[in-house]
Structure formats: C-alpha cells, structure tokens
Design a protein around this ligand. Sequence first.
Ligand code: G1P
Length: 291
Amino acid sequence: MAQRVRKAVLPVAGLGTRFLPATKAMPKEMLTVVDRPLIQYAVEECLAAGIEEFVFVTGRNKGALEDHFDVAYELEATLEQRGKGAELKQSQEATLKAGNAIFTRQQKPLGLGHAVWCARHWIGREPFAVLLPDELMVSSPTCTAQLVAAHEKTGGNVLAVMEVPREQTKSYGIVEIKDETNGLAEMTGIVEKPKPEEAPSTLAWIGRSVVMPEVFDHLAKHQTGAGGEIQLTDAMAKMIGHTPFHALRYAGQRYDCGNRLGFLEANIAIALQDPDSGADTRALLTRLLKG
Ligand code: G1P
C-alpha cells in the first residue's frame, strides 16, 4: 500500500526579479491575489489534500513568510477586544499548527533541485509533495489532492502536467508518456526546458508533484543541468524505470503568477469568482472597458 503523503516542500527562495520594485523588500510569495498572498493558496491547497507538515525552503529577506503563518498575537488580541470576529477568523485561518512548519534556507541559488535537497532532513524517507507557489491552481479537488489520489493508486512519483503551446517548451520540464488512461499515464522521460524543435511532447510539468524520497539520493550528487543549475527534473529523470513514475493531466484552472500578466489574470479571475464581490467586479470591469 502507498505510504500516506503527510509533508510538502515549498521552495520559496527565488528573488522575484520580475516583480521589482514590489519585491524589493518583500518576498514575491507574499504578493496578494485578491485577499491572500500566493503562499497561502499553496498551503491551503495542501491542507485540502490532507498534508499538514510544511518545509519552506527560503532565502534572505523571506521573514514575512514565517510571520504570516504564525499567531499574530497583538493584532488578534486587538481584533478580539473590538469584537471583529470575521477579521479575527481571517487572521487565524492563516496560522499553521504549532510545530508543523519548518523554515530552512537555501544558502546559494543553485537551482530547484538544490532547493528541494535542502529539505531532505525534514522529509526523511517518505513520499512528499513539492509545490511551486508561483503557480496558482484553482480546482476541486485541489491539484495536490488529485496527485495524492493518483499516488495512492500507483505508489510512486506523480507530476501534474498540462498541454502548452510548442513555442513555450523552453520554459518547462517537458514529459514523455505512454499508456494513458483517464488522464493518468506512465512517464518514460522528462527533459528540462527543451527547445521547441527538440521537445519530446508539449506536455509540461506545472509545478505540482508527489515525489518519492529516492530523489534525494540523486540530488545529493549535485549534478548540474540546464542553465548550469541543479535541476529537480534531472533527478526525476534518473528515477524513471526504477520507481513508478506517472504524469497526471491536471483538471482545473492554472494561473502562472510568475509573470505580470498571469498574476493580473489570477487577480481578475478569482475576483470574478468571489461569491460576495464577483458581480461588482464584473460591473467594474465592464465600466473600465467602456473607457
Ligand atoms: C520550474 C521547473 C520546470 C517546471 C516549472 C513549472 O521551472 O524547473 O521543470 O516545468 O518550474 O513552473 P522555473 O519556472 O522555476 O524556471
């Protein structure tokens, strides 16, 4: 039987240069989509999949992330005194249980594979989720819950994938698959950021995965790949054929908040879906578009 997925690694050491000057003194994962920071969406996605233990791989200037998931004693005491129950609940909902979050630093920007390797002691030898919080997923069940369910069936690694236009393969890990049934397929290969003419397919890994602990054995070798970085996908490629490895077509909405337009799209789309303010947002957009 597959081991339960209890832990997630959230690599959050990136500088966020695409969002300067907003990210000059603030982690990019604290950028807000409607009412909550990007990082909170990723954490909530995990909680909805039954994952309660988090390893945040951070860097310098990322202290706000740690504060965000802590008890905000002064704020919450004031809200309580003032009888602001709804606001108090909003603050408390962003708190992780005591002892369930670890913050460890990636001391040098050596690549995503290196960032995940920095979490090895906190994960140990069990399957774990990896989520890249720049990608915001909206679906029910959550993207991570879909992967956890697939892991329970296959007992191995599972990556969430989506079709991308061929000219974009150079921005993603691109997978090769066989024997697809109901969106779940065996993986036969993965290549990091191939040129469009060399990509084995147009199926991209979209930053959500359940990974087996054997990945640490490969990452420990610190081999560099595309862009001179230690790539997670290179370590994954070495596991194919040794441990079960599947790709799952993600069923749901995905917003790439790693770029300005995707971030704006996420804000608009999520505001439009909001049960309280969606209609007002639609009216506002219509007015603005009329100019
Ligand atoms: C990373 C991974 C890549 C994956 C992508 C998804 O790339 O290396 O394999 O497809 O995330 O967002 P990055 O976007 O960090 O360059």
